[in-house]
Design a protein around this ligand. Structure first.
Ligand code: GDP
Ligand code: MG
Length: 301
């Protein structure tokens, strides 16, 4: 299945509502006038694109429609899709040049970190890479158990410690094991239950120090997992993490569970960080590489 077909399938809920709204606007299309533009702005806000970005988008559409003298509804809709696609950072995929390389997965509790690591592990092992999971969410034993099940499923190794252990020591051991075993990628699960921003910053800084010390010059991705169903709150979370560490990408989960997929565009635009993957279900294969232009097309098509 192509990205286009899969996203269509996974985004049924999202698509139906966004489509209904935007298509309803275009159904009564006569010309690009202020009525049409303000109805479009409303439908974009309803899709969770955010008021500011919706206004910006509509302003650009007004200008481009005039400049290019766009007359029919198809041309105007295509222009709208282009504009929205350009609002997102292009996705150049994961940068995993060194062996081992490291992927640090961060985000608040329950957003889908462990599940996304399992999906990512499946994808990378299928590409022939030797993958090792680091169970650095040590708050509950169940967290490492959950990761171990995923490791088992996709044929990844796992390094875990007892409940309550220092997360950074798990990372340290995982990196040593990865070097000794000749692994290609270490994917680190982390806890989302950090009580405040200072605590979060300290913990992430410590993990990063260990990675930089043990694997100087290694490729490192820091992926923030955001639950699409939390809407605008996801942006607030993202801003905190963006201050605590340098994010290289976003995994947006549970897009199958929201009628407001516009949040993808808003988050990518606000943070200036590319969305690299989207989760569209709970199964191992329910994660897609993200392509901004294709996404927008599937979204409004
Ligand atoms: N529908 C749906 N559920 C998801 C997705 N990703 C994760 N989940 C579910 O969200 C819940 C929390 O996921 P988990 O990986 O444990 O979150 P963590 O606390 O961040 O590690 C689990 O029930 C997952 O099955 C997704 O893309 N779609
Ligand atoms: Mg977890």
């Amino acid at each position: 299945m192509s990205f286009f077909d899969k996203i269509r399938e996974g985004l049924k809920k999202t698509k139906e509502s966004a489509q209904n709204n935007v298509n309803a606007v275009f159904a009564t299309f006569r010309t690009v006038d202020e009525d049409l533009l303000s109805e479009l702005e409303d439908s974009l806000i309803l899709a969770d694109i955010g008021a500011e970005l919706a206004m910006e988008t509509v302003d650009e559409l007004r200008e481009r429609a005039k400049l290019k003298n766009l007359q029919d509804s198809e041309a105007v809709k295509a222009e709208l899709c282009d504009i929205l696609g350009e609002k997102m950072k292009p996705n150049e995929g994961l940068s995993l040049e060194t062996a081992p390389s490291v992927i640090l997965v961060v985000g608040v509790n329950g957003v889908g970190k462990t599940t996304s690591i399992g999906k990512l592990g499946r994808k990378l092992t299928a590409e022939g890479k030797k993958v090792l999971f680091a169970a650095a969410d040590t708050f509950r034993a169940a967290a490492a158990d959950q990761l171990a099940i995923w490791a088992d499923r996709c044929g990844a190794d796992i390094v875990r410690h007892a409940e309550g252990a220092d997360p950074s020591s798990v990372i340290f051991d995982a990196l040593s094991a990865a070097k000794a075993r000749g692994c290609d990628v270490v994917i680190c699960d982390t806890a989302g239950r950090l009580h405040n921003k200072k605590n979060l910053m300290n913990e992430l800084a410590k993990m990063n120090r260990i990675i930089d010390r043990e694997l100087p010059g290694a490729s490192k991705e820091t992926l923030l997992v955001i639950d699409a169903t939390t809407g605008q709150n996801g942006i607030v979370q993202a801003e905190s993490f963006n201050e605590a560490c340098t994010l290289t990408g976003i995994i947006l989960t549970k897009l199958d569970g929201t009628a407001k997929g516009g949040i993808v565009i808003n988050i990518s635009n606000k943070l200036g960080v590319p969305v690299k993957f989207v989760g569209v279900g709970e199964k191992a294969e329910d994660m897609l590489d993200f392509e901004p232009q294709e996404f927008v097309k599937a979204f409004f098509e």
